[in-house]
Design a protein around this ligand. Structure first.
Ligand code: PMP
Length: 375
């Protein structure tokens, strides 16, 4: 019917493409055969954002470090694996023990993934704000999940940090030495994972020429680890930190004054205290991000570049565009944005038009009429 020929069988093998039609793709990964999936943490690609650069009139080369392509879907897989490996090396933990962590979810997923492969029990303590998608992935990985009120201050007895501590003490009272908090907020291997991995990879991917690098901060492990390595190897590179309005990580402190409530929707960035691993003086300049622009830029990364990133990626991209303009980056210079996690964590949040419209982050779509070819 309708002149379609796809149901017709091939008459002869000679109708198959001849050998010269086949293309062998350049091999990019030498490690595609893995002992475990943990081998797929790190060595993430750097992608040139050509369409977005054109949209925003950016002359320099703008690259995205695609941390969402790590095995567990985020930049925090690196520290989940590294903190466990180092605790094993130091003889502090053994399979069968409990690994407990207060987290906004991605460190939890990185830890739970490593725990699944290595045979640890995992307990994740996470504020209510964090998505159901993160919760469900953690559950599937076998973690026990405890939710705490989003409004609890970091040092309140019902915060995710206090709750994790309480669980650890209770378990250790029953069975001494069985429960551990590796503690991303103070563990030196959080920034070291990025000093050794993320930053080293970026410098190699750009043959040592990095002019500007932008990363949003939660614990600050990513930005501080990167900043330390960059300052050693590319001392002229500007390191830009991104902190949401409603958080207090940016410097100078006046930047953190705001008129609205402290709540913001973007997950995984910003805090109401300065984590030990965040040495803010390693950062050359801070930019503040807002929800609306963050989600707009995340959606543009998806639509214009096919980059299936999460919300904090949009925060960094929004601020990167501002920083590139402010510092006047020119043709031939290289700017890098860290994209921490994936849209997988936010399918029912900023990927949904209804969710976006209800929060005033976008106008209601004008028409949802089918395009002419479906009529
Ligand atoms: N973005 C997302 C989505 C995250 O989960 C995190 C980690 N909390 C960050 C950014 C910031 O990373 P870091 O903790 O290394 O500052």
């Amino acid at each position: 019917p309708h002149g379609c020929t796809y149901l017709k069988p091939l008459e002869t093998q000679s109708e198959l493409p001849s050998p010269h039609h086949h293309v062998k793709k350049e091999e990019r990964h030498s490690n595609t055969r893995c002992e475990t999936i943990l081998d797929m943490i790190g060595n993430t690609p750097l992608v040139h954002l050509k369409n977005l650069s054109q949209d925003y009139g950016i002359k320099c080369n703008l690259y995205a470090k695609c941390e969402y392509l790590n095995a567990g879907g985020s930049v925090k897989d690196r520290i989940g694996l590294r903190m466990i490996e180092e605790a094993e090396k130091a003889g502090q933990i053994k399979p069968g023990d409990y690994i407990i962590e207060p987290t906004s979810g991605n460190t939890g997923i990185g830890l739970a993934l490593t725990c699944a492969v290595k045979g640890y029990k995992c307990i994740i303590v996470m504020p209510e704000k964090m998505s159901k998608e993160k919760n469900d992935v953690l559950k599937a990985l076998g973690a026990t999940i405890i939710r705490t009120p989003t409004s609890a201050a970091f040092d309140a007895p019902n915060s995710h940090i206090s709750e994790a501590q309480r669980i650890k003490e209770r378990l250790n009272a029953e069975n001494p030495g069985c429960a551990h908090i590796l503690d991303q907020y103070t563990n030196p291997y959080n920034p070291i994972a990025h000093y050794d991995g993320t930053a080293e990879e970026i410098i190699n991917q750009l043959n040592g020429k990095v002019d500007l690098i932008v990363s949003a901060a939660g614990t600050g492990g990513t930005i501080c680890g990167i900043a330390r390595k960059i300052k050693e190897k590319c001392p002229d590179c500007k390191v830009i930190g991104v902190d949401p309005v409603g958080s207090i990580l940016a410097l100078p402190d006046q930047m953190n004054e705001f008129s609205g409530p402290g709540f913001y929707e973007v997950e995984g960035i910003g805090y109401d205290f300065i984590p030990t691993v965040l040495d803010r003086f390693h950062v050359d300049a801070w930019f503040k991000s807002i929800d609306k622009e963050s989600f707009k830029l995340s959606r543009q990364l998806i639509k214009r570049e096919g980059i299936l990133c999460g919300g904090s990626s949009g925060s960094s991209t929004y601020c990167a565009i501002e920083a590139i303009k402010k510092y006047g980056l020119k043709e031939g210079q290289n700017a890098v944005i860290i994209l921490p996690d994936s849209i997988r964590n936010y399918m029912t949040k900023f990927l949904s038009d209804e969710w976006m419209v209800a929060r005033g982050f976008m106008e209601a779509p004008i028409s949802d009429k089918d395009p002419w070819w479906t009529n």
